[in-house]
Design a protein around this ligand. Sequence first.
Ligand code: ZN
Length: 408
Amino acid sequence: MTKRLYYQDAWLKCFEAGVTGHRRDAAGYWLSLTESAFYPEGGGQPWDTGTLSYARGSLKVLEVQADETGEVWHRVDAGSEAELPPPGERLSGEIDFARRFDHMQQHTGEHILANCVWRLTGGFTHGLHIGQDVSSIDVTLPGGEMRLSQETLEEIEALANRRVAGDAEIVCRFPPEEEIEALPLRKDPTVSENVRVCMVGGYEMVACGGTHLSRASQVGLIKILSCQPARGKVRLSFLCGLRAATHYRETYSALYRASVLLSARPAEVPERVGTLLEKAAETERELRGVRREMTLRKVPGLLLQAVPLPDGGRLVVAELEAADTPAMEELAAELIGHGSLVALLSAPGEDRGLFLFARSGDRTEDMPGLMRECGVRGGGQPDFARGAGENGALDRAGAQVLKKNKQA
Ligand SMILES: [Zn+2]
């Protein structure tokens, strides 16, 4: 069983160890060691990365996993077994401490946050997930509650940050078995032997085999990002430490830029954006009305220019500037209302235009079929079809209606 050096000292970056075994699987080559400061994936915390150096060179540690016997395996970037230091050889390991420190900040912050959730809501935290960008915990709230109010979330976050500022000492130890039952643990341990207990000051105590900071203030900052229902629990997403500081910088920078654009204070931005959105919706409504009016004004002219069809009907082919779908629909309805009329309308776009083909109820042309024949993608009813396609399709459609009518 590999001796886990991070149990005694989570700040240990370099160590020496002996090779105890090799293994190969689809992912690559793995080494086991007599002792290791590398944290194997577990408890929602990702594995450490780093390097292993030995007499003939060095290997990058890409992944670390513990097996069921407690052996810690290090997957390395070796291309063949010959590159691996043989069992018995000594080597020195160094972990990527920036990555580890980030994990320690998220993990230790989670202890404090879960404790505050429990104290203020009675919620039971199941597990931690430290993601690439965001960390989360799943919480079962008393009475099957599925949400936390904004006010409660703010209280939890404020208490958590007071705990951080309180700078309590963090101590991890393996208490004797008889002592464990009497300890006021926040939740029952998931293992029955070698239970390791992590204590934050006098207010938080839980069984945990992870890597922790030495003092609460090293967590720096705890920020709750969101709280969403998730499979009967609530999922609290959060950031701690330098991640939270980076998030603050980026978020404030975006808010500040928006406030300059709006000539408002940052706190006034949401209200100002709300007002702008209302104005934009109003302008959009007005614009639609103007377009409709402009489009309907074309009706007499279009009827005058209509092409007579051999069967006595009329054909209107019109390309409309600055028209939208509702305006085109109204225009089409207006035109075909005059009876025995086919209206082929388009509004040209940059490379594709909008098309609306309609006919009076006393005619038989199939409008979606006509669209297909002219390469316009769309559909609708036999007498009314909408679609989009290349701008030139309108003339082809007009020619097609004329040709079919002559043949009939
Ligand atoms: Zn822990």
